[in-house]
Design a protein around this ligand. Sequence first.
Ligand SMILES: Nc1ncnc2c1ncn2[C@@H]1O[C@H](COP(=O)(O)OP(=O)(O)O)[C@@H](O)[C@H]1O
Ligand SMILES: [Mg+2]
Length: 264
Amino acid sequence: MLALNNVEVVYDGVILVLKGVSLNAEEGQITTLLGANGAGKTTTLKAISGLLHTERGQVTKGSVELDGERLDRLQPFDVVKRGVAQVFEGRRVFENLSVEENLIAGAHSRRNYADVRAGIDRVYASFPVLKERRHVSAGYLSGGEQQMLVIGRALMSDPKVILLDEPSLGLAPMVIDEIFGVIRRLKDEQNITVLLVEQNAALALDIADHGYVMENGRIVLEGPAESLRQNSDIKEFYLGLNEAGTRRSYRDTKNYRRRKRWLS
Ligand SMILES: Nc1ncnc2c1ncn2[C@@H]1O[C@H](COP(=O)(O)OP(=O)(O)O)[C@@H](O)[C@H]1O
Ligand SMILES: [Mg+2]
């Protein structure tokens, strides 16, 4: 299990962004972290992967543990070695490298060529389209294919836990369905623990086992995904539905946000 215990994060020595975040991602489950833009979701992932250091951010309180072992004092490279891989926001592929070269670039923790090859073949088995396009420059892939490539690249480190930052962002609905199918299979077929950050609550709660809602650097709500789907605040605030279950207009939702800082 991946556990954050009362984690505080400060940027530039003064900006308190995470104000005591506790959450668990249970082994072999999909846990989703929801929240509006600026809530602190990406910061939470970086606190886990050790990437805060590169942004003058620091965990100033609390701890991050994987199966009881502290991660929060490790360098990013060592966090990957412990089995935690992060997929960044925005599908950052190496555009001028081929698909296969991108995968090789994710293989730094592997010992020899046979090992790298085995990893690549496993990724191709999960994503046949990447195999078809293995010699194509990654810059020429579609958005969905690039998202598969960055997930595939993360899988090259053979992770126990994968952190995904808004994989649906900017993709067409059909492509999102495909990516979410991929995420479900990580869990079902490879027993990978998934921590999925999303703004798209409806989609994320659909595949997640458990969910957390973050607002202003704090967890304001948590529970089994099923119960969050039924939660009236979530329905109104994130799914844009009213009590009768009909969709509200965007403007209604925006006014609602202004009116109510819920659960504060
Ligand atoms: N490197 C940084 N330095 C200072 N502030 C930052 C930095 N990165 C993020 N922040 C601030 O932290 C808050 C949370 O950001 P972030 O974790 O990216 O939220 P989210 O991913 O939920 O949109 C925002 O107010 C953002 O401006
Ligand atoms: Mg973010």
